[in-house]
Ligand binder design. Structure first.
Ligand SMILES: [Ca+2]
Ligand SMILES: [Ca+2]
Length: 239
């Protein structure tokens, strides 16, 4: 009888451990915002692999608050491979982003990772339920493929922004920036994730261009006027 009970306890223990492995996972929050607005005339392809993202900017920020920006290199390795190699960190992918994961690795403590697709004519397609933008096919928002060194208590925040219109029309599936952070925690080690990308018709003369007014000049002018007014007031007070 004693032996039988013992077996049951072991069995329950195993079941609990298996349930723990199956259900405990880092918390992932995925949101999107407009950010700065961009337009491109048309997409070249929805099957986008590592080599097609050549030039995408990857910025990784560290515990020291320093950041490093590296251009994604699509010219190395196999024809479907691309990578960004920084100081003690890397981001790489081999294959079509719809089904092949990006892998991030860092020996440094990292606070955030930002992918700016625009210099690499790379676009994030985050809607998986329908195609939306013409020639964009189904997308896929960020999801962990391999939690790697992310602990079960880690929160991963992902924000897509800097929305893209196609020939002036927003279909709300395409964005040009993806930002990942660890909710104020530090991360080091490896994890991999899926996030679908498309690419645009840059070679045919259709780059990604900003469409909303750039606020800097007018803001600067206002600041300049404000400073001038302040200076005048000071001067008149002195007089
Ligand atoms: Ca795609
Ligand atoms: Ca789409």
């Amino acid at each position: 009888m004693k032996g039988f009970d013992h077996k049951i306890v072991i069995g329950l223990g195993l079941a609990a451990a298996m349930a723990g492995n199956a259900y405990a996972a880092p918390i992932v929050n995925v949101v999107n915002s407009d950010g700065d607005l961009y337009n491109t005339e048309m997409l070249t392809g929805y099957s986008t692999d590592g080599s097609l993202m050549d030039g995408m900017e990857v910025t990784t920020c560290f515990a020291s608050a320093a950041c490093e920006t590296v251009a994604f290199d699509g010219t190395v390795g196999s024809s479907s491979y691309g990578e960004a190699i920084g100081s003690g960190w890397s981001l790489s992918i081999n294959g079509d982003t719809y089904s092949s994961p990006f892998t991030f690795n860092s020996v440094q403590d990292v606070t955030s990772i930002v992918l700016n697709g625009r210099p690499g004519n790379t676009i994030f397609d985050i809607v998986g339920s329908d195609s939306r933008s013409p020639d964009s096919a189904l997308g896929k928002p960020f999801r962990l493929s391999n939690s790697g060194d992310l602990t079960d208590s880690t929160t991963v925040n992902v924000e897509y922004s800097d929305k893209l219109s196609l020939d002036g029309v927003f279909y709300d599936d395409l964005f040009t920036t993806m930002a990942i952070d660890f909710d104020g925690s530090l991360f080091s080690g490896m994890f991999s994730f899926l996030s679908d990308t498309d690419n645009n018709d840059f070679d045919a003369g259709s780059p990604i261009t900003p469409t909303n007014p750039v606020p800097e000049p007018s803001t600067l002018a206002l600041l300049g006027l404000g400073a001038l007014g302040f200076g005048l007031r000071r001067r008149s007070r002195k007089a």
